[in-house]
Design a protein. Structure first.
Length: 370
């Protein structure tokens, strides 16, 4: 059996190609969490007609793009900030707030901790408990929000657990943080995949709270990570003003800005995506419910976290079994509070989902480690 100690990100296809001798174009990435439908048909059909836009500088204020985003998320245009991917906006926000101590709800994406650290701050983790299906408990979170915490970081829905906080509960969290002088950063990268976005998204709360910033992008739901377009929603005018003043001009190229203007209006694509993910999420959960050697945690996003119950099988065993068939899943052993019994994979088209499940379920029942 091939053995490799690295843990791969969904974008590491070139590395996978070198390590395993599999051409990257033959790898189906269940690790990247990207919309299996690909890019918006409306975008594909019309973007080439706008190619001449690269001959001019983009609008420095990105007015049309911000207007489209504001309409899409149902907020005011002045509450929208755009950037070169959500990572630029996370970095910019951390630089401005400069928290000395941040509390991160985890296990989750490592970039939050990295950015706080680069800004000279320290981080602690609030642990989502496995026994509670990784659902946040507000009273216990409240107890962890000590006077020295300046920033609370929440990924909602959370990666890799696929658990989510409802808007009503988020409002309770914001009230607690408001009383304690804590700012809240919410990453909603996966919120559009949820069955009822309006129950989960905190975007409307930016109209009432000035201690929250919401981050989103087009990499996952709109399957366009290469465009590097991200946006933030914030109802704090002072923070928005400072972020815009500090941001480098024209960080979004002309075609990416135009692409955003187009894709946010492709209602048929948005509707079809949500229907596909909802159907596959339900179907896959039913299949996994009948499997004795795995346990899944109820997902709300377009991916699912699974625990291996067979004591002789590890997450790397399943990663190896899947990659040899051309399927790339996520070994979750590097996430805080998880170990080598956890894997994550996203929902693709039904036929490839079935093919992956066949490999994983057969492997978890038959692999014996040496």
């Amino acid at each position: 059996m091939i053995r490799h100690s690295d843990h791969f990100h969904g974008s590491d296809l070139e590395t996978i190609e070198k390590v395993y001798g599999i051409k990257k174009e033959n790898i189906v990435s269940f690790s990247a969490n990207v919309n299996p439908l690909g890019i918006s048909p409306k975008l594909k059909a019309t973007l080439s007609e706008r190619i001449d836009a690269i001959m001019s500088y983009p609008d420095r204020e990105y007015t049309t793009l911000r207007k489209r985003i504001a309409e899409y998320v149902h907020t005011e245009i002045d509450n929208v900030i755009v950037g070169n991917g959500s990572t630029e906006l996370i970095s910019l926000f951390i630089q401005i707030r400069h928290p000395k101590k941040a509390l991160i709800v985890g296990p989750t994406y490592s970039e939050y901790e990295r950015e706080v650290s680069l800004g000279g701050g320290s981080t602690l983790y609030y642990r989502l408990e496995e026994e509670n299906n990784f659902i946040l408990d507000i009273p216990s979170l409240d107890a962890e929000l000590t006077p020295d915490v300046e920033l609370l970081v929440i990924c909602n829905p959370n990666n890799p657990t696929s658990s989510a906080i409802t808007r009503n509960d988020m409002r309770k969290i914001l009230d607690i943080c408001k009383q304690k002088g804590i700012f809240v950063m919410v990453d909603e990268t996966y919120v559009e995949f949820t069955e009822d976005v309006h129950k989960i998204t905190s975007a409307p709360l930016t109209n009432y709270y000035n201690n929250i910033i919401i981050l989103r992008g087009i990499s996952k739901f709109f399957a366009a990570p290469g465009l590097r377009l991200g946006y933030a929603i914030c109802g704090n005018p002072d923070l928005v003003k400072e972020m815009n003043q500090r941001k480098n001009p024209w960080t979004i190229n002309s075609l990416a800005a135009i692409a955003g203007e187009i894709m946010f209006t492709d209602e048929e694509y948005i509707k079809t995506t949500r229907a596909l993910i909802a159907k596959e999420r339900s179907r896959i959960c039913k299949i996994l419910a009948g499997c004795k050697n795995v346990q899944y945690y109820p997902p709300t996003a377009n991916f699912i976290l699974i625990k291996i119950l067979n004591e002789e099988v590890t997450s790397m065993d399943l990663f190896e079994a899947a990659i040899r068939k051309g399927f790339m899943i996520r070994d979750c052993s590097t996430f805080p509070f998880l170990n080598n019994k956890f894997i994550r994979f996203c929902f693709m088209m039904p036929e490839v989902n079935d093919a992956l499940l066949e490999v994983l379920l057969q492997s978890v029942n038959t692999i014996t480690t040496k």
